[in-house]
Design a binder for this molecule. Structure first.
Ligand SMILES: Cc1ncc(COP(=O)(O)O)c(C=O)c1O
Length: 381
């Protein structure tokens, strides 16, 4: 017999790890000021794009001498343009401990065929960061979204490094402190922590990354949507809102709304506190229940956004089927949508805890998770 259903339901069952929940105050009508049907190069469009860039700088505390560009193809586009434009000048270390990091390894090793030292760790673990040599270029993911494992800090990145650090920070930006002095290229997409729309990515370049772009030309051809230089000089317009190709002004308006909401909760500090509180509620739940645990083995690497969980109960007969059934039951009750583990990750659950999620909703959802677990144990017979 399954236990009784809890009395309280989450107000919003959206706990997907991307696209993530919209800010709690979101309504479509709030995008009415989008300059739809106008050229993005008209002054109104350019002003919106510039606001999006400068709002990003303000909330993330990005230094004034770093360039911020809005680019095509979401975070993937931003990472790819960095890899294809910058790598090949020196040896590169590729760090990967989950699916997205592994994807960047494939690109660099199999597509670009660059001399790379590949360091990997299994889901739940992280690579030996102390072994990283920053005279090389280094490519890594700040928060491994599919493992729920993040770098604990940036102490392993040398201040006087000769190489560049290229960081995929898509599930970290707006939820974790990113030390800009340690990051030469940082990328993220709007569809993640701020609950924006997909389509566009953001690339943040340090002065040293710009120097590399202006002094090094890769041996391979670069498609137009990756090109950040012309005649050996940075195309400055990209970083003031003159995008490479046509952006969605509706997505831009939505991002501006999300930035405003971020300001209303106290900016970056407020966003981090919200994600921390959400993740802590899940950590506490795991501590209180012997049948579920965080996939991240070291507490210092536990994500506060994409919290990944594994079932640890001996009674479970088929781990993958069990986890799927628990998630399906919660979805059917409209309690938690899209919380199954990523397709390449170990069987389990992944609960998005970024700042657009309300802590009260996490707290209301967790007793239902216990209910669904018990129901599935009973259903096994
Ligand atoms: C770490 C990481 N990198 C890259 C991506 C791809 O992002 P996008 O679909 O916005 O290009 C994701 C999406 O979940 C991600 O979590």
């Amino acid at each position: 017999m399954a236990t009784q259903q809890p009395a309280t339901r989450p107000g919003n069952p959206r706990f997907s790890s991307g696209p993530c929940a919209k800010p709690p105050t979101f309504e479509l009508s709030k995008l009415a000021d989008a300059p739809l049907g106008r050229s993005h190069r008209a002054s109104v469009g350019k002003a919106k794009l510039k606001d999006a860039i400068e709002g990003t700088r303000e909330i993330l505390g990005i230094p004034a001498d770093y360039r911020i560009g809005i680019v095509p193809a979401s975070d993937t586009g931003a990472v790819e343009m960095a890899l294809w434009s910058l790598l090949g000048e020196r040896k590169v270390e590729m760090l990967a401990w989950e699916s997205f990091g592994a994807g960047w390894v494939t690109d660099v090793v199999k597509q670009l065929k660059i001399d790379a030292e590949v360091k990997t760790a299994d889901y739940g673990q992280i690579v030996d960061l102390a072994s990283v040599d920053c005279t090389n270029d280094v490519v890594f993911t700040w928060n491994g979204t599919t493992a729920g494992v993040r770098v604990p800090n940036a102490d392993w990145i040398a201040d006087d490094r000769a190489g560049l650090t290229i960081c995929d920070a898509t599930s970290a930006a707006f939820a974790m402190d990113l030390p800009w002095d340690k990051l030469d290229v940082t990328t993220f997409s709007w569809q993640k922590v701020l609950g924006g729309e997909a389509a566009h990515g953001v690339i943040v370049l340090s002065p040293r990354a710009v120097e590399r772009l202006e002094s090094y030309t890769p041996a391979w051809p670069l498609p137009k949507i990756f090109r950040m230089t012309k005649g050996g000089k940075l195309i400055e317009g990209i970083f003031t809102g003159a995008t490479i190709n046509t952006p969605s002004m509706l997505a831009v308006e939505d991002y501006l709304f999300a930035l405003d909401w971020a300001r209303s909760v106290g900016g970056l500090k407020g966003l981090i506190a919200r994600a921390d509180a959400n993740a802590q509620a899940v950590f506490d739940f795991c501590d209180a229940n012997g049948w579920i645990a965080n996939l991240a083995e070291d507490d210092a690497t536990r994500s506060n956004t994409s919290v990944c969980l594994k079932f640890t109960d001996d009674r479970i007969q088929d781990g993958a089927a069990f986890a799927k059934a628990v998630a399906k039951r919660l979805e059917a009750e409209n309690i938690a949508l899209d919380i199954g583990a990523y397709r390449d990750a170990p069987a389990g659950l992944r609960i998005w805890c970024g700042g657009t999620v309300e802590t009260a909703d996490i707290q209301a959802m967790l007793p239902w998770l216990a209910w669904s677990f018990e129901a599935e144990i009973a259903a096994q017979g």
